[in-house]
Design a protein around this ligand. Structure first.
Ligand code: BTN
Length: 315
């Protein structure tokens, strides 16, 4: 595995107890001392606090950066942008060009962050906005399970990594005490009878304040009372996503999802562009559709829509 020069320089600085000479950095990375200096200058511009003195360099502090070189073996698969319209845009191009599975497009901020049902996703600095490209060898009928799986992975990651107890609201909103912490948008293309890609876009409110645009939203910083580093969170999510991906479309995902949802056994209202359905959420069918029991006792399945907990007349 070859790492970029910046990854190599940062690795050496991070592992050293004190100052590392320009000579050592040059020898270990295979580039000239002038090139080392240029990389150091570039890193300083990117807010890495690197002290440069007569005897060499010392890393005093590093920002919570999402640059590709921060991701170790994943570096070639991370596509980092400062500002983008939406991470879904380059992710689609990458997926159509058959990029490696688990390629990730990540942006500090999005100018046209996309939410479900043609909504806008508030994407100011401090949040975590990324799209992962997946190439599951499954039929399009199983694709909803992969979406459920991705939501589950985020809930489990939040619990394990930060001790935050989150739950899923159908189909894939991540809530903490009924407040929206994260949302997920997926995009799929097929080729013949198989999925060619599923792109999962995640927007997680981390250190941003989402409440200006969305009264019911919450951020990790608001929940925990302190800032949260985004890079280890993204890494923990990707580790878990990749590790369990072989089972992402299994029947079992439905049962695992049911254990993490707060939608079931509640009165809900699901709104789509042309209808509103109300009822008790009694189950999830194998394709991920929500099963509602209506007031007259009949059951109806909803495959998509905006789900509100409660019997809401004017959502
Ligand atoms: C929702 O409406 O709840 C889904 C929000 C999904 C937002 C994420 S942020 C990263 C990716 N890029 C986008 O433009 N949208 C998704």
């Amino acid at each position: 595995m070859t790492f970029s020069k910046k990854a190599a320089i940062l690795g050496l600085l991070r592992n050293a107890p004190g100052i590392v000479s320009g000579e050592t950095l040059s020898r270990q990375t295979g580039i000239s001392r002038v090139s080392v200096w240029k990389h150091i200058r570039a890193l300083q511009t990117l807010k890495y606090a690197i002290e440069a003195g007569a005897t060499g360099y010392r890393l005093k502090n590093a920002p919570d950066a999402l640059f590709a070189w921060e991701f170790g073996r994943r570096e070639p698969r991370i596509h980092y942008y400062g500002t983008l319209d939406s991470t879904m845009t380059p992710a689609r191009k990458l997926a159509r060009a058959n990029c490696p599975a688990f390629s990730v497009v990540v942006a500090e901020q999005q100018t046209h962050g996309r939410g479900r049902l043609d909504r806008r996703w508030d994407s100011t600095k401090g949040g975590l906005y990324f799209t992962v490209v997946l190439h599951p060898r499954i039929s399009p009928l199983q694709s909803a399970r992969v979406n459920l799986y991705a939501g589950l992975v985020l809930v489990e990651t939040l619990q394990e990594h930060l001790g935050v107890a989150a739950a899923v609201k159908w189909p894939n909103d991540i809530l903490v005490e009924e407040h929206k912490l994260a949302g997920m948008l997926s995009e799929m293309e097929t080729e013949g009878d198989l999925v060619s890609f599923i792109n999962i876009g995640m927007g997680i409110n981390v250190n941003n304040d989402p409440t200006g645009n969305e009264f019911n939203a919450v951020s990790l910083k608001q929940i925990l009372g302190h800032s949260v580093a985004r890079k280890p969170l993204l890494e923990a999510f990707l580790d878990r996503l990749e590790a369990g991906f072989g089972q992402a479309a299994d029947d079992d995902v439905i049962a695992r999802w049911k254990a993490k949802t707060i939608t079931l056994n509640r009165q809900v209202t699901v709104v789509t562009h042309n209808r509103t359905v109300r009822g008790l959420a009694v189950g999830l069918d194998p394709s991920g559709a929500l099963v509602l029991q209506q007031a007259d006792g009949s059951t109806v399945m909803v495959t998509h829509g905006d789900c509100f907990h409660g019997d809401i007349t004017q959502p």
